[in-house]
Ligand binder design. Structure first.
Ligand code: ZN
Length: 285
């Protein structure tokens, strides 16, 4: 099965065309519309609604204090704004916190997770791009882009996304899963790792699998991707077929890795993550 698009939260596809990023066009004249208020990896939503929804109108009282709000884009034809609230600020009246982190059991619907993820990425970029990485002078926003340009040396840089492969290794009725010591007890996930300079995605898959669990793979096949805003990974998902070798675990990276029968899989990653998606859709032959 090869789906056309992976409708996972944090991918903009999840919003199905209802959101247009603020890259071009004129900034709205006043800060009114939908509010994405982020506090310490939580999204603030309207307190008295059982289904999480965004505050509307002007910036809610008690939400200033984290810097100037900025325009993220247009959602359902209304401006969508981002504001940050310091981690130690009291909860503003009429709002409640919902975690944006899947492994903490977020209750946010996929659309709000995707918007909240973009808000977190934009805030991360704002906080890391105020100065030129080459000469240290202040930067300014490039018209029609998210990028920044140095006011002194003209160096341009753009939001930093870090490509990371993630792979399910299959061998007939068994799959190779791995866990880190930081995972909840008993929970297993997939082998993953960052792409190196000069490396193809397929090359990275083969290297990461060999380094982390000691086996060789073949038939490396792309299955989908997910933009993961913790803080800025682009997760590129693959399946691969076992091609030989014994499981030898890299203890610096992993606590355990082993083969599981596809009919007796351990607790897996969150359904919100591409790891959960790949196991659900591709573990069984
Ligand atoms: Zn510079």
């Amino acid at each position: 099965m090869t789906p056309e698009s992976v409708y996972l939260p944090f991918n903009r596809d999840c919003l199905r065309g209802t959101f247009t990023p603020a890259k071009r066009g004129t900034k709205p004249p006043d800060a009114r519309g939908h509010w994405l208020i982020v506090q310490d990896q939580n999204l603030l939503v309207v307190a008295d609604e059982s289904t999480p929804c965004l505050p509307q109108g002007t910036l809610p009282e008690g939400c200033a204090g984290g810097g100037e709000p900025f325009w993220l884009g247009t959602l359902d034809e209304a401006p969508c704004w981002v504001s940050v609230l310091p981690a130690d600020a009291p909860l503003p009246a009429g709002l409640r916190r919902e975690t944006l982190i899947p492994m903490k059991g977020t209750r946010l619907p996929d659309e709000l997770l995707s918007l909240g993820g973009m808000a977190m990425q934009a805030l991360h970029w704002q906080s890391t791009s105020a100065h030129c990485p080459r000469c240290g002078a202040p930067t300014t926003r490039i018209e029609g882009e998210w990028g920044k340009k140095c006011s002194r040396c003209s160096y341009e840089h753009y939001p930093h996304l870090h490509p990371c492969v993630i792979v399910l290794v299959r061998d007939g009725h068994r799959v190779l899963l791995a866990r880190k010591s930081t995972f909840a007890p008993g929970r297993y996930a997939l082998v993953a790792g960052f792409v190196d300079n000069g490396e193809s995605l397929e090359g990275c898959v083969a290297r990461e699998v060999k380094e982390e669990v000691g086996v060789d793979v073949k038939d490396i096949t792309y299955v989908g991707s997910q933009n993961w805003p913790f803080p800025s990974q682009l997760m590129i998902g693959f399946v691969a077929t076992y091609a030989g070798g014994d499981v030898v675990i890299d203890r610096d990276e992993l606590e355990d890795a082993r083969w599981f029968d596809v009919n007796a899989l351990p607790p897996g990653p969150s359904r919100h993550s591409i790891a959960g998606y790949i196991i659900e859709h591709y573990a069984r032959p």
